[in-house]
Design a protein around this ligand. Structure first.
Ligand code: ZN
Length: 244
């Protein structure tokens, strides 16, 4: 099922305008990677700068997705040398809550590699307790600067929660987390994907004093997006809990 309605929520142009969450443009960020075609695959644009601010880190992720969607993937940090470099110690610059869907591999979607992203994936990208615990570790202990909730079009978990039909085993355990989004979207699955990103992000912040204090102190930015399985682009989602 394709959720074209999501595209009406935020256009591609708006993505560029709000790339860093909060109205700061990617091009206006010192050291940030502007998502122009000529810069997509330049060598200097693909290694994560160590001194990135949280908002610059969001723009850096955006640039990686731009490369992927444009067919100009650089696939940085994916060789054995990089693995050995980060083997003693990891310092991922972003942490993710994404869906377990086989079509949404986070490192590929954002054109990153070993040691760059701390990724938790669970069907429906729901903020279950153990996921919150993992993301607290990623942000508080490892120092990730971005906490990113990534939903996607054609999400089977959201669709199943919206239908509410009987499902085998423990699958329905996921639904309790997704139903608030389905209700907010009044059953529209595409809209529910969007609302689910917002609600899970809100749960992460409001359900964790560790995460909320990092956000309020400006050390962490919360971002959200929806990965479009057709275009390969991540469309940003405005979040009330993004941070200052
Ligand atoms: Zn999904």
């Amino acid at each position: 099922m394709c959720v074209h309605g999501v595209k009406t929520v935020q256009t591609r142009r708006r993505w560029l305008a709000t790339a860093a969450i909060g109205g700061v443009t990617a091009a206006g960020l010192p050291g940030a990677v502007a998502a122009t075609p000529s810069s997509l695959a330049s060598p200097s644009s693909v290694a994560p700068p160590k001194d990135m601010s949280p908002r610059e880190a969001v723009a850096f992720l955006q640039a990686g997705n731009e490369r992927f969607a444009a067919g100009k993937t650089a696939a940085p940090n994916r060789d054995i040398d990089r693995l050995r470099e980060v083997a003693p110690r990891q310092t991922p610059f972003a942490a993710f809550l994404g869906c377990a869907d086989s079509r949404v591999p986070i490192e590929i979607v954002f054109d990153q590699g070993f040691g760059d992203l701390f990724v938790t994936r669970i069907a429906g990208n729901v903020a279950a307790t153990e996921n919150i615990a993992s993301l607290e570790f990623a942000t508080e202990v490892l120092g990730a600067k971005v906490l990113y909730v990534l939903g996607h079009t054609s999400c089977g978990a959201v669709s199943a929660a919206a239908k509410g039909d009987p499902v085998p085993g423990q699958i329905s355990a996921l639904f309790q987390h997704i139903r608030p989004a389905v209700r907010a979207a009044r059953g529209d699955v595409a809209r529910a994907v969007l609302e689910n990103v917002r609600i899970q992000a809100q749960t992460l912040v409001e359900g964790s004093t560790v995460i909320s204090s990092l956000v309020s102190s400006g050390k962490l930015v919360v971002a959200g997006g929806i990965f479009d399985l057709q275009s390969g682009r991540v469309e940003p989602v405005d979040l009330a809990v993004a941070g200052p």
